[in-house]
Design a protein around this ligand. Structure first.
Ligand code: C2E
Ligand code: CA
Ligand code: CA
Length: 931
């Protein structure tokens, strides 16, 4: 009883206490009837049964009667109980004597204090009287199972998990052979005892069946199982034992008494049992029967078996956790400490792993950053050995990482910088920690390039340099961009010449050179004449092409060190460097340059349509003598240019301080002219024209500007201004419409209806794209006869573009207006124009008329010849020939004699206000008298 667990003890104590309580209650109320309670002499015998009750009663009937006979004074009650019932009965002390299997008996002795066996049961099976038993493991004869070990993994039918013979014995045999009983699948067949396990085998539900000795033999004997169908596994050859078994034999069931039985009663009972001698037993037809008792056998083998199987009562009790802790405190503490240490180690490892991953990720990120973008990175150690470069570095320098690692950055130097440059650079890095700048380096392919470079020193905590980090970008592109920006800043996009800003810069430098050297340079401002008209007529792209060509020509004229610029739309500047030391030679050089400018522009500009165009220009000149700054010089040259314009264009003017005042005045005038129409300051004057007989045939409208203060301004003064500024267009339209309105009025006046009115048309007006429309509208709106309106144009209108001029004239001709070619004989007069273009009238310029003094000197004769030629040609072409500027009767006579049709001049009348002209015209027609 050495290893009874604390639980078993507690359980037993509880049962004993419960039993005592019941006993007490029974005594108090007189009904609960535990063993012998009613009759102190009575005995209750509890017998384990594993078969149906009637069968059990049959098995025990013999000894029941025998005992009754031997203890006549003691009423004996037999109870056949299943194992649970029996346990319950023991616990409640409902029985006094127990007959059970040896395993259970050992358990009762240990747990319940049952007595040692007082007798051992003897059975009779068939003809045999047995005091021991074993079990047979049956398999089919053809089964591959031969040894106990073969049962591992098989299904074995048995009666009950608690059964001693049918379960513990086979378990022990397996155990002895080193096979855990749990490797067998135990099929529990409850019901009619061991026969049913054999049926389970036969039906195939199990691979083997456990049966008590003799069961199989009986079935065979009764013909229920064919002989030879089954065999016994590891069959034992036991002498004196008639049955086939697979296990050793164990003593038959013992008889035990439970505590509390008086010694005397126990002894009498034992004697009575032993007195039932087996041989006495009468055999009946019962197959198996208890037939008597013998003195108790030794159950040591049973105890050993249970102990080895750790079966109750030797089963290892489950320890409570408190007990476990108490018993294993030391080990648990050690294990916990170890587990904690392991846990800590795992945590540390996991943290380090995490940290390592993080570092790797960061490193990958940094590497990614390093290799993205186009900034080259170069890292050296403290000794300037290259330890790392990125992809952009390779892209910029052409060197791969493997080619430069371990080298020094000197590998990259171009040799363009001297030792002093590098010394300063390194000094800055040492002192400031960083150097920034641009440096020329050499690529692997040998080309040099500008590089924007930042070098910084990385120091450790002690302040010692650990690394140098260089960030480098290829500055070529930046340089180019800078150059491009400067190009855009200082140059004209169209012609590639300097622009106004660039010229100002250069001019400032030249002024300084002049001052320093005491030399004189030249500044020319060249303004193309009537370029705006060309643009208006031909479109911007042809205008641009013309400007480019002009720019080329001007550039070609430059002396060495000179500079050309485009200052505005059609305004250029030429700068000649200060070379000459006296004013006069400088002037000569300037004049020569200006003349070459005019000539260069006069050469024809071939046009896409085959036309040949020539340009004229107005050139202003000033000398650069170091006295005036760039702005002042530009202003001077500009003024001179305007003076040239005012002087009739296609000419050169030198800056003259005295002109300044006049120019200023001119500008004031121009400003005032802007408001002339709005303020109704324009007056239409009219000068009469007469025929050879002196009859008034019409007049020419001549404009006057009557300013606010009443002064009259001559058209010779303000018309060029109006032309230049473009004001001539609205002014011209105004005059045109006034003239038409006048003709409309005259139309209904018999004295005036036949008169024609001539209107001067300027180049600017003529080249307006809508000029013809303007004329047509004026005609339509007034409703006059078109031929009453005479338009005077000059040859300058054909200079730019003859084809277009012809087109305009033809359209005007188609409108029916009278067309006159004014100032004929000046400019580039070509008689061909007269023949080709649809003119009705040619007006001989007054210069020729003035020299017709009728004398015979050579000058006069030449003029006469010219006039005669013009008249003759005009007449031949069917034109009306008009002479203007006729101041004397002599001139008039002469002209009439030469064949002129119409005369105009002071001799016949000065220009007068229109109203006066009308008044004169209404007077009775008399040959005009000199004014
Ligand atoms: P033009 O068309 O040649 O006009 C003739 C000029 O000669 C006029 O000068 C007139 O007064 C002047 N004249 C007439 N007879 C004589 C004479 O016997 N002797 C002298 N010495 N001169 C005489 P004016 O009125 O000063 O006009 C000057 C110029 O102004 C004109 O020259 C014309 O080209 C221009 N002009 C005048 N009015 C207009 C106008 O409404 N529109 C345009 N576009 N130009 C105009
Ligand atoms: Ca005229
Ligand atoms: Ca004229």
């Amino acid at each position: 009883m050495q290893s009874r667990g604390p639980l078993a003890i507690v359980r037993r104590r509880l049962r004993q206490a419960a039993g005592r309580c019941l006993l007490l209650l029974g005594v108090l109320f007189g009904w609960a009837a535990p063993a012998g309670a009613q009759d102190p002499a009575a005995l209750t015998i509890g017998v384990l049964r594993f078969e149906p009750l009637p069968l059990a009663q049959q098995r025990w009937a013999l000894v029941e009667r025998a005992l009754e006979q031997r203890l006549p004074d003691r009423p004996i009650r037999w109870r056949w109980l299943t194992l649970p019932e029996l346990r319950e009965a023991v616990a409640t002390r409902a029985i006094d004597v127990v007959i059970t299997n040896p395993g259970h008996a050992v358990q009762l002795q240990a747990d319940e204090g049952a007595s040692p066996a007082i007798a051992t049961v003897v059975r009779r099976v068939g003809q045999d009287t047995l005091q021991a038993f074993g079990v047979a493991v049956l398999v089919r004869s053809d089964s591959p199972l031969h040894r106990w070990a073969d049962l591992a993994g098989r299904t074995v039918a048995t009666v009950d998990a608690q059964a001693f013979g049918a379960r513990r014995l086979p378990e022990f045999e397996l155990w002895r052979r080193g096979i855990s009983p749990s490797r067998v699948t135990w099929l529990e067949v409850k019901g009619n005892g061991h026969e049913d396990t054999i049926r389970a085998l036969l039906s195939g539900r199990a691979d083997a069946a456990v049966a008590r000795e003799g069961v199989w033999e009986a079935l065979v004997a009764h013909g229920q199982v064919p002989a030879g169908l089954l065999r016994v596994l590891e069959r034992q050859d036991l002498s004196d034992y008639p049955y086939s078994v697979s296990t050793p034999l164990y003593p038959e069931w013992p008889v035990l008494t439970l505590p509390g039985m008086p010694e005397e009663v126990r002894r009498r009972l034992a004697a009575a049992l032993l007195d039932i001698v087996p041989t006495d037993a009468a055999a009946g037809d019962v197959a198996e029967q208890v037939v008597g008792f013998v003195p108790p056998a030794s159950y040591a083998s049973v105890q050993r078996l249970l102990r080895e199987l750790r079966a109750p009562p030797y089963g290892v009790p489950t320890l409570t956790w408190r007990e476990t802790v108490r018993i294993y405190a030391g080990e648990i503490a050690a294990a916990v400490a170890l587990a904690l240490a392991l846990l800590a180690a795992v945590a540390v490892l996991a943290w380090q792993r995490q940290r390592l991953r993080q570092l790797l990720r960061e490193q990958a990120l940094l590497a990614g950053i390093l290799n993205s973008g186009d900034v080259g990175v170069l890292i050296t150690d403290a000794r300037q050995r290259i330890v790392r470069v990125n992809r952009a570095f390779t892209a910029i320098t052409g060197y791969t990482a493997s080619e430069v690692l371990g080298q020094t950055p000197r590998l990259l130097s171009s040799g363009r910088h001297d030792a002093e440059f590098y010394r300063l650079m390194w000094e800055t890095i040492e002192q400031v920690g960083v150097w920034q700048g641009e440096i020329w380096n050499r690529r692997k392919d040998g080309t040099t390039y500008p590089q924007a470079l930042t070098i910084s020193a990385q120091r450790n905590r002690q302040g010692a340099v650990e690394h140098y980090i260089a960030l480098l970008t290829d500055a070529t592109w930046r340089r180019q961009t800078e150059a491009r920006i400067s190009e855009l800043t200082y140059h004209d996009g169209l012609t590639g010449l300097l622009n106004r800003v660039g010229m100002r810069e250069r001019l400032s430098e030249t002024v300084q050179d002049a001052r320093r050297d005491g030399a004189i340079g030249v500044l020319l401002i060249v303004d193309l004449d009537r370029f705006k008209d060309f643009n208006d007529a031909h479109g911007l792209s042809r205008g641009d092409a013309l400007l480019c060509e002009a720019a080329q020509r001007l550039r070609a004229l430059l002396p060495a060190g000179g500079e050309a610029a485009r200052l505005g739309a059609d305004e250029f500047a030429l700068l000649a460097p200060p070379l000459r030391h006296d004013r006069a030679t400088a002037m000569d050089a300037a004049r020569a340059l200006a003349q070459r400018v005019l000539e260069a522009l006069r050469a024809p500009f071939p046009q896409a349509d085959g036309a040949q165009l020539a340009l004229t220009a107005s050139v202003g000149v000033t000398l650069i003598d170091g006295q005036h700054d760039a702005d002042e010089l530009t202003r001077q040259a500009d003024m001179a240019m305007h003076a040239a314009k005012a002087a009739g264009r296609n000419t050169v003017h030198f800056f003259d301080p005295r002109q300044e005042a006049a120019l200023r005045e001119r500008l004031d005038l121009l400003q005032a002219l802007g408001g002339a129409i709005a303020h109704d300051e324009l007056r239409l004057y009219c000068q009469p024209q007469v025929d050879a007989a002196g009859r008034r045939v019409g007049g020419e409208i001549l404009l006057r500007w009557q300013r606010g203060d009443g002064t009259l301004v001559s058209p010779a003064q303000f018309i060029p201004l109006a032309e230049e500024s473009g004001l001539i267009v609205p002014i011209g339209t105004h005059v045109l419409r006034q003239a038409c309105a006048t003709l409309r009025r005259w139309q209904d006046d018999p004295a005036l209806a036949s008169l024609r009115l001539a209107v001067n048309v300027s180049v600017r007006q003529f080249t307006q794209p809508d000029f013809v429309d303007t004329v047509a509208a004026a005609l339509r709106d007034s409703g006059i006869r078109a031929d009453r309106l005479e338009l005077e144009v000059t040859e300058s209108m054909f200079l730019h573009d003859l084809a277009r001029a012809r087109q305009v004239l033809e359209r005007l001709d188609a409108l029916g207006v009278t067309l006159a070619l004014d100032d004929f004989g000046t400019g580039y007069s070509s008689l061909a124009y007269l023949a080709e273009l649809p003119f009705d009238i040619v007006k001989i310029d007054q210069r020729f008329v003035a020299r017709l003094d009728g004398g015979t000197n050579s000058g006069s004769r030449r003029e006469q010849a010219i006039v005669r030629t013009i008249v003759t040609l005009g007449r031949q072409l069917g034109l009306t020939v008009v002479a203007e500027g006729v101041e004397t009767g002599q001139q008039a006579d002469h002209l009439v004699a030469l064949g002129c049709h119409v005369l105009q001049g002071y001799h016949f009348g000065r220009p007068v206000p229109l109203a006066d002209f009308e008044a004169q015209a209404r007077q009775p027609q008399t040959p005009a008298t000199p004014a």
